[in-house]
Design a protein around this ligand. Structure first.
Ligand code: ADP
Ligand code: MG
Length: 727
């Protein structure tokens, strides 16, 4: 083993003795560092408290005087917990989170010092944000950006900083972040879902979208990660021969969690508890060193913030444990990648889950209404949903026989399929009393029973109904949940709006009763959206063919997928629902495309670098050893050496061949890169996708072959078996 690798492994093994984290009672820790209802009640005046609660629940404005009061209380609370700084915490279009810390400290006349924080600082800030991606919005409008307090997501203290969740918008109003469109989408779904709820309950007043994400990730020792330039710079391995033992024995999934990883998880969970992130589940995933954690679901905006915060905290905590967390969707070839299932539902403010069947036929009709409308929305906008999770790294996971394909379909299970089949046969127009009774007793009346023993599960479906929620499984582990959540809630809002229009028309024009009208519209929706429903194996080749016949999209690469974001249909949708305008959509498209190009470009450079600076020189050293050996054999044995050194000679030739190929392919790849660099935006991205990326596999093939031939003592890169099995 090479000295570099040996040192890294040695260090890794020494770390098994890292300090054990003390396990504290979670309920005591929960929310301690959050300016939540409880803290607000303690610190705010009654008027201020009510004003903030109204802002959270009804979206009312908080006036300046009250904001001043809130700021002072927030500061006092934060200082009592040891905070020295504050920051507006936001999610620029990089997909990560951003923060700029300012001290509460202020000096007066240079001698007197005090801690200050007022309403103005709480409500609005102007970060010097010229380096955040804006897709040309600011250039076009010569507008500066500002961050503004989002009271619906509570402030929290992380380390010694008070973090205030904010939106980030240009002075001309365009959103420069991921949160603003999400909030608008949540507003849209609230408006249109509440209108539908009123069919069933006149007093319905608010609907929340709920989100429970399941975060998958890999943990790699950081000494080992440091020894791999590819992991360091791209978050994944660009080469590496598969380990003899990978995941084939299925012995990692739900297995006992390795002690060091467990230590990290406990530490992480405690940090998360303090921050009010309600982590609930942790377990090993399928691949070695792969894990998952999931919280109790929350209102979607808060859940999105919590996921972004979690990813940040994970990175910080992992450093204490000398781990590197990999969020990349496909860090290792040949073993499973990581996703982030987004479990989604709608809930009233009384906590009634609208995607959960109820006890009465009327409640079940409400359930069916939301259930069928969601399916219809996914059918109408399947391409947009696919685009919402498109990224360079997620391309490597989608459609690789372990994760849902790039085709979006909906799985609902055989029993609900039967219910929909029956509803499809409901008579057009008015229903006879007999038919109504029949529907109530035999079809919708039976739903709760059916669901209780519904054991149907289909892990290959990208969008599956799982009893009381839909699970969007194509989301990547690195993806900011705001993106898919913005799209999903917008398309459902739009669909519900259409639904209401159609039902009201039938009631007014055809004189139908409300439930008759609802049945009539639902019946048509079931028929129209049938093509999106698929119960079979989503990983199979036959499904690709079948989906094509059905006219479903199959956008396998990010450039292909992203185009949909700026289609006429998408722009019309987002503008109508007041979620994003054309400028905002085009800006996001531009940023996403550019990010794609840059990521492929970086990977290509790193791969070229490793291949030529690490692999080829190593192969040559080994080849020289073989040559030396052959020469020596010839010296001693004369012409007889040809038989004796047969293996060596063959190996020398094979190594030469691989070196030649690696060199030639690298040169061609660089050439393709140059050509792609001459173009802009989509064209450049397409060239990187179609002309540069295909070289990765080819170059890797030869490098990985060399790995199996070259003396292990010489091999410079930490091998898969070491990365995945050393703890
Ligand atoms: P799985 O079989 O996928 O592990 P679970 O029942 O354990 O399913 O739930 C997974 C996730 O779904 C959890 O994060 C949970 O909080 C979330 N979840 C459950 N109900 C809802 C809901 N109504 N809305 C959103 N997320 C939900
Ligand atoms: Mg799941």
């Amino acid at each position: 083993m090479s000295t570099v690798r040996f040192a890294a492994l040695q260090e890794t093994l020494n770390r098994s003795t890292i300090k054990v984290v003390e396990n504290e009672k979670r309920s005591v820790l929960f929310g301690k560092n959050v300016f939540n209802k409880y803290a607000m009640q303690q610190y705010l005046t009654r008027a201020a408290y009510e004003s903030v609660m109204n802002a959270i629940e009804k979206g009312t404005k908080i006036d300046r005087k009250i904001a001043d009061q809130v700021a002072v209380s927030m500061k006092d609370w934060a200082i009592s917990k040891g905070a020295t700084h504050y920051t507006h915490w936001f999610q620029p279009l990089t997909g990560a989170t951003a923060e700029k810390h300012d001290a509460f400290f202020e000096s007066i006349n240079g001698s007197l010092a005090m801690e200050k924080f007022d309403g103005e600082q709480l409500v609005q800030q102007e970060p010097d944000a010229s380096s955040f991606p804006n897709g040309g919005i600011r250039n076009t409008f010569e507008a500066r950006g500002f961050t503004a307090w989002d009271p619906t997501s509570p402030a929290f203290i992380y380390e010694t900083t008070l973090c205030i969740p904010t939106i980030f918008v240009a002075y001309t109003g365009e959103a420069l972040d991921n949160k603003t469109p999400l909030l608008r989408a949540l507003q849209a779904v609230d408006t249109h879902a509440t209108a539908i709820c009123k069919y069933f309950d006149k007093n319905a007043s608010k609907v929340y979208a709920t989100l429970g994400w399941e975060q998958e990730y890999f943990l790699i020792d950081d000494a080992l990660a440091l020894s791999r330039p590819d992991i360091l710079l791209t978050g994944r391995t660009l080469l590496g021969h598969s380990s003899a033992k990978g995941q084939q024995l299925d012995d990692h999934y739900f297995g006992s969690i390795p002690a060091r990883a467990m230590n990290f998880m406990q530490d992480l969970e405690q940090e998360c508890m303090l921050l009010g992130i309600p982590l609930k589940t942790r377990h090993n995933e399928v691949a070695p060193n792969q894990f998952e954690l999931a919280p109790i679901y929350e209102e979607a905006n808060l859940a999105v913030d919590h996921n972004s915060l979690l990813m940040d905290v994970m990175q910080k905590v992992s450093r204490r444990h000398r781990f590197k967390v990999l969020f990349h969707e496909k860090p290792f070839a040949g073993i499973n990648g990581s996703g982030k299932h987004n479990n989604w539902s709608l809930s009233t403010d009384d906590g009634v889950n609208l995607l959960s069947p109820g006890k009465t036929p009327m409640k079940n009709l409400q359930f069916l209404t939301f259930f069928i409308n969601t399916i219809k929305a996914v059918y109408e906008y399947e391409e947009l949903l696919r685009a919402s999770v498109a990224s360079e790294s997620n391309d490597q996971r989608l459609g690789s026989n372990e994760a849902p394909p790039s085709i979006i379909s909906v799985f609902i299970g055989s029993q609900l399929s039967e219910v929909l089949d029956e509803l499809e046969n409901v008579t057009k127009g008015k229903l006879s009393p007999q038919e109504k009774t029949d529907l109530k007793l035999n079809i919708i009346g039976k739903i709760p029973e059916i669901l209780l023993d519904n054991t149907d599960k289909n892990r290959t479906s990208p969008f599956a109904f799982t009893g009381n929620k839909f699970e969007f499984r194509a989301v990547g582990s690195w993806t900011n949940c705001a993106k898919p959540m913005t799209v999903l809630n917008t398309i459902v809002a739009k669909q519900l709006k259409e639904f209401k229009k159609e039902v009201d028309e039938l009631i007014d024009a055809k004189n139908l009763k409300k439930d008759e009208a609802i049945f009539n519209v639902l019946r048509e929706y079931i028929k129209e959206s049938k093509k999106i429903r698929f119960e079979g194996d989503g990983y199979s080749e036959s499904w690709e063919k079948e989906a094509k016949k059905r006219g479903l999209s199959n956008n396998k690469t990010t450039p292909e997928a992203l185009k949909v974001k700026i289609s006429k249909k998408a722009i019309a949708l987002f503008e109508e629902m007041e979620v994003m305008n054309k400028v905002e959509l085009e800006a996001r498209f531009e940023i996403d495309i550019e990010e794609y190009t840059k990521r492929v470009q970086i990977e290509s450079r790193v791969l070229g670098d490793i291949a030529r600076n690490h692999i080829i020189p190593t192969a040559i050293i080994y080849q020289n050893t073989l040559l030396e050996n052959t020469k020596n054999l010839k010296e001693i044995f004369g012409e007889e050496y040809k038989n004796i050194a047969k293996e060596q000679i063959e190996l020398i030739m094979i190594i030469s061949n691989h070196i030649t190929e690696i060199n030639a392919l690298s040169v061609k790849m660089i050439d393709e890169r140059r050509k792609a660099n001459k173009h802009l935006a989509l064209k450049s991205a397409e060239m990187y996708c179609n002309n540069v990326k295909p070289f990765f596999e080819q170059i890797r093939y030869h490098c990985d072959k060399l790995e199996t031939m070259v003396d292990d003592n010489l091999w410079p890169l930490t091998k898969y078996r070491e990365l995945l099995f050393t703890r």
